[in-house]
Design a protein around this ligand. Structure first.
Ligand SMILES: Cc1cc2nc3c(=O)[nH]c(=O)nc-3n(C[C@H](O)[C@H](O)[C@H](O)COP(=O)(O)O)c2cc1C
Length: 233
């Protein structure tokens, strides 16, 4: 759902209006549309909007068809600005959105101490930028933020974040850390909240109660916007 901080409209509005807007694209890969990762992404985008002159858009990968990269190398020889990848599926418009944003937030649930398979598929399809004939280095100097949601605080949060972070680095993107936020590779937020007896609470949106995790995510996103705006704010 596209939203804006200061101006309402689609991300393309920035170009049309000629405004100095920072375009923040958030993508989450939970199969649960209104689950923890979706909630965290919305939270992060709301925090981003606080910086001002920011346009945000959220994309949920749930239910979309995102094929594996076939390693066909079509992008290396035949890519055009209009057709980035030989495969036409739901990833096609998302790849264009990634190419056109300033800040890319990738939010994944922690699955077996790594990012989810759906997010991995999408990331693999961004090979059309690293090796694409037209898209080569198209993501260079964009700013990346990794967000992860795990049931537990120490059961794969950082490895999940690092796997997303690695993708940013392959693209020579900027991936700021924020010491004050306790966020190095990104921000992890815990969904499996416990009560005072250390028993799990039943709240299905446990991320809402991880105040430390949310603070980390918010500060990191603001640092990303600051980086995208040339550290002038
Ligand atoms: C296949 C699978 C593997 C999981 N592996 C982990 C794990 O390794 N570490 C962890 O902390 N949580 C793990 N979880 C729990 C999810 O990360 C957690 O429930 C999270 O809130 C899911 O996000 P969602 O509510 O947005 O779907 C796993 C969940 C599933 C379905």
């Amino acid at each position: 759902m596209p939203r804006t901080g200061a101006v309402h409209g689609l991300i393309d509005t920035k170009v049309e209006a000629g405004l100095n807007m920072t375009k923040v694209l958030g993508i989450h890969s939970s199969p649960i549309k209104n689950g923890n990762t979706a909630w965290l992404l919305e939270y992060a985008l709301r925090e981003a909007e606080k910086a001002g002159e920011v346009i945000t858009e959220a994309v949920a990968l749930a239910g979309l068809t995102i094929a594996d990269c076939r390693h066909c190398n079509w992008c290396m020889a035949k890519q055009t600005p209009e057709k980035l990848c030989s495969i036409t599926d739901d990833a096609s418009p998302i790849l264009e959105k990634i190419r056109d944003c300033d800040v890319l937030i990738l939010a994944s649930p922690v699955y077996f101490s790594r990012l989810s398979g759906t997010m991995a598929c999408l990331i693999d399809r961004t090979r059309c930028f690293t090796f694409g004939k037209n898209g080569h280095l198209a993501l260079k100097d964009k700013v990346g933020v990794a967000l992860a949601v795990g049931w537990c605080r120490n059961l794969g949060m950082e490895t999940t974040l690092a796997s997303i972070h690695g993708a940013f680095l392959v693209h020579e993107m900027l991936a700021p850390s924020c010491h004050a936020a306790g966020a190095l590779y990104g921000a992890g937020v815990v969904s499996g909240q416990r009560d005072e007896t250390f028993a799990y609470k039943r709240d299905k949106l446990g991320v809402k109660d991880d105040r430390e995790g949310l603070r980390s995510a918010g500060l990191l996103v603001l640092e990303a916007i600051r980086t995208a705006k040339g550290r002038t704010i």
